[in-house]
Design a protein around this ligand. Structure first.
Ligand code: MGD
Ligand code: MGD
Ligand code: MO
Length: 778
């Protein structure tokens, strides 16, 4: 079946199926006007890059240009389907305003320069700072959108070459909490479940996850189950009436920031009704009795008051979770970016653990990823953690890495925890961080409290390098801008939210003098003359495939083992890690044998306190979990630091729409997507709108202590007392000067605050007020 669905049909047509049946194939294809499949010269294997789903696709090339995309029927992830952003998003590669040469700041302005000039400025500033202040003056802030080869190279340069502890990814804003929650419960990152669990589950429970708009093809899989025989029950936990909520069997709308209270009441009910798999708990976990004593204090009535819910609906939700035979839970930003992020996400793991819902078809947890390659940022160590999920507190792991890189152990920073992005910003603010190399992320729109971010990026003491495909809001502040090749213009692998690794091959040349991120990082290492212990150039690899082989060696024996993969094998479609000699076809589910990556000698982390964020001591961990079982960790509900008040009576949350990706550098340049959501809006509850005399389409101002956003009102779709803003709208396309506020970026309003354990900023917890500005014509 071939489908050419347009924008009016975002989830395509239904192909219903029953429990345990294979998900039917439907191949989506979208080609430029006037081009047919017969006109295509070459189809180049790749996967989707505008979310974490990893939908396998092929890029259509004609006369050396991208002319479209087609889903891969045989790919395990999508069985041929493509979401709206992917059907049209490839057109951004050919946008007329791509960066084509480096830019350097001269006399206050950014002017075109040669690569030689741009790189020598970066290298001479690096050398000066290293000599004067040492490696801690240099920081790197990367992405969830590069390839594994690129992250591994950057991690090797920062940790093994320069020896700086300041390396993080924008995954800190995205899935740091996924990693923290997986480490807390299972001792290590790595998603237990598989997308095929959707095929088997009888209950799907989505916690703060608007999968319909953010992983549209996974939602199609769920919709096809819902349309088939013996459909699963669907639980949605979200203050908004998302498409998921509308399709749900039960929709709970908790007040933002109250997830822990709700989860505790759900666990209270599961335990009170003894819907517990005691055998599983006994054999495979530690910590159960601590959980029972904490959640005993959270009867549904108490949580109902905190969350603004009915106790009855909490009981009904608990019954769904408690009586499921095959339960699949997913978690995303409604938990990760909200108050008590890690503590709340871990309670979802606890539901799976006490119910023994792991390692079997239809059972499991997906602490979802968001960005296409976020998993690789984490596993390669470009999020600051050490390469291959190695534990920075474990001397044996440091020694292993030092051998692998042939560098001195002392060069690899491990005496303090890796520096999270928000802390780097603080170091830049107070002048100890003097050099910040930002690749494939746009912090001038995506970080919280933008007025502060702009003032830091503007500081004279900070030498800012921005490596991007476009002149973003952030690039406007740079000392040097490096033009990057994008997806489709370079080769590498990346891994989706269910551990599926895809190869994405170069299909066309990048525009002008743009270069791949890998080439840029390697060029920097050579110019810096980084060397290993024997004086050989470090890193030793030179191109994507040699970088991939080096990464494979680094992953050997670790949970994310890539040694059984190769570019040749991946050309046929996605494979799930771990994949090694004994598991040549990859691994569908983790923990099928009830064994975890949590042994004290093997685990990625000893965990952190959910309230203070303090790392747990190795001895403490060993005493608590000597055999490396799964860990059940309870949490008390705490009130948020910023709560609604008389002056700021509304809870502000932010998030996404189906049609745009992040700061719109790609989707804002694609007519079909930009036209579908051309400007910012504010979602208001019907009651709040009435009380403020606001009608649909009126212009309103949303204000917090930090700023204002002006937007058009959309009424309905969110619970009373809550306002929702999409965060996609920066100001690159409105002509506003980069130093002024565009008054439409949600992050003008958000707070400089983060979860203590994961250090992920709280984009979904702020107190705001609302004002009507005028009617349609005003
Ligand atoms: N179309 C599109 N798809 C994307 C992206 C994109 O930009 N556009 N980005 C990708 C990335 S990087 C990510 S991280 C994912 C994010 O994917 P999601 O997490 O699904 O998206 P969000 O809209 O950020 O947040 C999800 C929901 O959390 C709810 N929420 C807010 N506060 C709370 C709370 O306190 N409790 C609960 N229970 N829910 C709350 C919001 O109402 C929202 O509907 O999407 C990925 N896919
Ligand atoms: N208020 C609020 N803020 C949020 C969120 C929220 O829900 N609410 N969500 C947070 C989350 S989950 C995320 S993931 C972040 C996303 O925030 P950002 O990472 O800042 O968003 P993007 O627009 O994806 O920026 C990626 C940049 O990389 C460039 N790029 C793309 N491909 C390549 C490449 O191959 N090489 C190079 N060098 N550059 C490339 C793009 O042009 C773009 O400028 O935002 C966070 N901020
Ligand atoms: Mo994200």
């Amino acid at each position: 079946m071939r489908e050419h669905a347009g924008m009016e049909q975002p989830w395509g047509s239904r192909t219903p199926y029953g429990p345990g049946d294979p998900w039917p194939v439907r191949v989506d294809c979208h080609l430029a006007d006037g081009v047919t499949e017969d006109d295509v010269d070459r189809w180049v294997p790749s996967a989707a890059v505008l979310h974490s789903n990893g939908d396998g696709l092929e890029l259509a090339v004609r006369d050396g240009r991208l002319v479209g995309v087609r889903g891969r029927a045989t790919d395990r992830v999508n069985h041929g389907r493509l979401d709206p952003k992917d059907r049209y998003g490839w057109q951004a590669n050919a946008a007329p305003d791509r960066l084509t040469t480096p830019l350097v700041r001269d006399g206050g302005r950014l002017v075109p320069a040669s690569w030689e000039e741009a790189m020598s400025r970066i290298v001479s500033r690096s050398r000066e700072l290293l000599a004067e202040r040492g490696p801690s003056a240099l920081g790197f802030y990367t992405s969830g959108q590069l390839f594994a080869e690129e992250y591994y190279t950057l991690a090797a340069i920062a940790h093994g070459g320069l020896g700086t502890v300041h390396l993080d990814g924008n995954t800190r804003l995205c899935t740091a909490t996924a990693a923290a929650a997986l480490k807390a419960s299972f001792g290590c990152d790595g998603q237990p479940a598989s997308y095929t669990d959707v095929d088997h589950a009888d209950v799907l429970a989505l916690f703060g996850h608007n999968v319909a708009e953010t992983q549209a093809v996974l939602w199609e899989r769920m919709l096809d189950r819902l349309a088939g025989p013996e459909p699963p029950a669907l639980l949605c936990v979200d203050p908004r009436e998302t498409p998921v909520a509308r399709a749900a069997t039960l929709h709970l709308r908790p007040l933002p920031g109250t997830n822990v209270a709700l989860m505790n009441a759900l666990l209270h009910e599961i335990i009170a009704h003894d819907w517990v798999d005691h055998d599983f708990v006994e054999r495979h976990t530690v910590g159960y009795s601590d959980l029972t004593s904490v959640v005993a204090e959270y009867p549904p009535e108490r949580a109902a008051r905190i969350c603004g819910l009915d106790a009855g609906e909490i009981r009904e939700a608990a019954r769904m979770l408690g009586t499921a035979r095959r339960l699949l839970c997913t978690v995303l930003q409604g938990f990760y970016q909200s108050h008590q992020a890690t503590a709340a996400s871990v309670q979802v793991n606890n539901v799976a653990l006490v119910r023994g819902m792991l390692g079997r078809p239809g059972c499991g947890v997906l602490q979802m990823n968001g960005q296409p390659t976020a998993q690789n940022t984490r596993e390669c160590g470009a999020d600051g953690d050490l390469t291959g999920f190695r534990n920075w507190e474990n001397p044996g792991h440091i020694a292993e890495l030092a051998r692998l890189w042939n560098v001195d152990e002392l060069r690899i920073p491990h005496h303090t925890p890796p520096t999270p992005a928000m802390q780097m910003l603080r170091y830049a603010e107070n002048g100890t961080l003097r050099f910040w190399w930002v690749s494939a992320t746009n912090p001038a729109v995506s970080l919280p409290e933008l007025a502060r971010v702009r003032s830091i990026l503007r500081q004279d003491s900070l030498f800012l390098v921005v490596q991007d495909a476009f002149l973003t809001e952030t690039a406007q502040f740079a000392d040097v801008v490096l033009p990057a090749a994008m997806w489709g213009e370079k080769t590498g692998v990346f891994t989706n939210a269910d551990r599926t690794v895809h190869l994405s091959e170069k299909a066309v040349d990048p525009p002008g003098e743009a270069r791949s991120d890998l080439d840029i990082f390697l060029d920097y290492a050579r110019r810096m003359d980084l060397r290993d212990r024997d004086g050989a150039p470090f890193p030793s690899w030179t191109d994507p495939e040699s970088a991939f082989r080096a990464w494979q060696r680094a992953s050997a024996g670790r949970p994310c083992d890539y040694t059984g993969l190769s570019y040749a094998k991946l050309r046929a479609g996605g494979v799930q890690w771990p994949c090694d000699h004994d598991r040549p076809d990859g691994t569908e589910r983790l923990y099928t044998d009830g064994r975890f990556f949590a042994h004290p000698d093997y685990c990625e982390s000893y965990g952190r306190d959910f309230v203070t964020g303090a790392p747990m001591q190795p001895d403490e961990y060993r005493a608590m979990n000597p055999e490396g079982k799964a860990m059940i960790k309870p949490a008390e509900y705490l009130t948020p630091h910023e709560t609604v008040s008389g002056e700021f009576p509304l809870a502000l949350i932010t998030g996404r729409t189906l049609y745009h990706f992040h700061t719109r550098t790609k989707t804002g340049r694609v007519p079909q997507l930009q036209d579908a959501a051309p400007e910012v809006w504010a979602e208001l509850a019907t009651g709040d709108a009435r009380r403020h005399g606001i009608a649909e389409g009126d212009r309103v101002a949303i204000e917090t202590e930090r700023g204002v956003v002006r937007a058009r009102a959309r009424i309905g779709g969110v619970r009373d007392g809550v306002v929702f803003l999409p965060f996609h709208y920066g100001y690159w396309d409105t002509g506003d000067p980069a130093d002024g506020s565009g008054d439409r970026a949600a992050n003008e309003l958000t707070r400089t605050e983060w979860d203590p354990a994961s250090k992920q900023p709280l984009f979904k917890t702020a107190a705001a007020r609302l004002r009507r500005l005028g009617g349609d014509g005003a």
